[in-house]
Design a binder for this molecule. Structure first.
Ligand SMILES: [Zn+2]
Length: 504
């Protein structure tokens, strides 16, 4: 029998450690790594290679808890955008490139946030080929007609059984709902309708709010690591801040995760005075006061990308409003995905609002531990734009310059111009790894304490935060050196993370 090759044992000596979970904010210390894990300083240090980390910033590996990297919608996105954008990036990289690009960026864990239960097998086929990162999927289990019927008849035991079976069969990590019940509006031809949480679903004595409530109850009863992951109704529509506000009210005293809130924070429409604008201030106030809620922002950054959403209604609305070519992928009519290319422009009134609204969300968060940095890749921007987003949050003069370039009407009306907060390195570390690991339910990720996976990133300190975070000096995944100065050095197989639902 061939013995397994020994995993590396080494010490990262003298780095500047950022480990928010253990309150270490720029502490110079050694980090001991053995067999893929972080360990306490051993009594006998012989056999540990010394790796000099002097002068380098040391952080846990990045965790992206809301991205789109596999499954039918992503492949449809690849079909719609076969050539690179103006900046040379492929808006939707191949699965292999996705793993390499994330790893070289310092990310070691990623979740695809919207996979139809019937597409789980296809998504896992692809994820098996995603190199380096640990990975998982959120299943759109609430689109299943049997789940909806059980919710309509108030049969919580049946919902729990069906959702648990879907998680087991599809090897899911969490349950995502994309526009609760929206697939029924879609199926019955009321496409692109504006409907609130209390509009009954077609032909049923069940509202979107009722469906959210019962799905979240099932997720909690199954003790899934991550709470119900909610993309609420009316994505992208003027006046939809009220829907997000109502969604938060539905979860008073409970846990829930709100996805890409930027796309759900717009004023305007029939009920608001004035036109399209930001509804972030009252929303952030409510969010800050409800400790069970967490969120990701879905930041828009300017440039070319591809929008893809399990919310076909929203995609239809956007396509009809803008006239761009689009496609919808229907999954046995149980769910669907709308996909279309999009170019976000500084001088577009709507795009400038979206950019400003996303940043406003970050700057109004009382507790960065309840938020994850995201662009909802590729919807708001490519994940390769994360370093730019970190610079916008951590460098107020840079943000002010960018603000001065956007559409003048937004400059005049957006509260962003008055927000001078700057995220520190420690807070950026929280937003990109410590908080998403905790929110996703990964106790062995997002920190550098003994027992954590040795997913460790070394950055060269740089006043230019975008440059600093774009190309880490070294990236370790499970103790293996996987990337160095943007070059891939090793391609270990990452683990597929699947939740184990508590049996009924
Ligand atoms: Zn998304």
């Amino acid at each position: 029998m061939i013995p397994a090759s020994p995993r590396p044992r080494f010490v990262l000596r003298g780095g500047t450690i950022h480990d928010p979970l253990h309150d270490r904010d720029g502490v110079i210390d050694d980090l001991w790594i053995d067999d893929g894990m972080i360990v306490p300083r051993p009594v006998i240090t012989a056999g540990f290679t010394v790796v000099d980390a002097t002068g380098l910033v040391v952080m846990p590996g990045g965790v992206d808890l809301h991205s789109h990297i596999a499954g039918p919608k992503v492949n449809l996105g690849r079909r719609l955008t076969p050539s690179p954008a103006a900046d040379g990036r492929h808006a939707v990289p191949t699965i292999d490139a996705t793993g390499c690009l994330y790893a070289a960026l310092g990310y070691t864990t990623v979740f695809d946030a919207a996979i139809a239960t019937s597409a789980a097998r296809l998504a896992h086929l692809e994820l098996d080929d995603l190199p380096i990162l640990d990975k998982g999927i959120y299943l759109l289990a609430g689109d299943d007609q049997r789940v909806i019927d059980a919710a309509a008849s108030g049969d919580d035991a049946a919902i729990r059984r069906l959702v648990g079976a879907a998680i087991e069969a599809g090897r899911g990590w969490a349950v995502k709902v994309a526009n609760p019940g929206g697939n029924l509006f879609w199926r019955y031809g009321r496409r692109g309708d504006h409907h609130d949480l209390d509009t009954p679903l077609p032909g049923l004595a069940l509202t979107p709010r009722g469906l959210l409530d019962r799905l979240a109850t099932a997720v909690d009863a199954l003790a899934l690591p991550h709470p119900l992951h909610i993309h609420t109704a009316n994505l992208g529509l003027p006046g939809n801040w009220r829907t997000l506000d109502e969604t938060m009210r539905t979860f008073e005293g409970r846990r829930a995760h709100l996805a890409h809130v930027q796309f759900h924070s717009y004023t305007g429409g029939d009920l608001d005075e004035g036109s399209f604008g930001s509804g972030v201030e009252p929303l952030a106030e409510r969010f800050n006061a409800q400790p069970g809620l967490t969120l990701d922002v879905g930041q828009v950054l300017f440039g070319d990308t591809v929008a893809m959403t399990g919310d076909s209604e929203a995609a239809a609305h956007l396509a009809h409003a803008t006239g761009v070519p689009w496609a919808s992928h229907d999954q046995h009519l149980a769910g669907g995905c709308g996909v279309m290319p999009i170019r976000y422009r500084e001088k577009s009134l709507i795009h400038a609002w979206q950019w400003a609204i996303g940043l406003e969300w970050y700057l109004r968060l009382a507790d960065p531990w309840r938020a994850a940095l995201s662009t909802d890749h590729p919807n708001g921007a490519h994940f390769l734009a994360y370093p730019l987003l970190m610079k916008l949050l951590g460098d107020e003069p840079f943000r002010r310059e960018a603000f001065a370039r956007i559409h003048p009407a937004v400059r005049n009306r957006s509260p962003l111009g008055g927000l001078t907060r700057e995220y520190s390195l420690q807070e950026l570390c929280i937003l990109t790894r410590a908080a998403p690991a905790r929110i996703a339910g990964l106790p062995h990720k997002g920190h550098l304490g003994p027992g954590a996976d040795a997913d460790v990133v070394l950055y060269r300190p740089d006043a230019d935060l975008a440059r600093m975070f774009a190309v880490p000096a070294r990236v370790y995944k499970g103790g293996d050196l996987v990337a160095e100065d943007g070059e891939i050095r090793a391609r270990p197989r990452g683990a597929v993370m699947a939740a184990t639902p508590t049996p009924a």
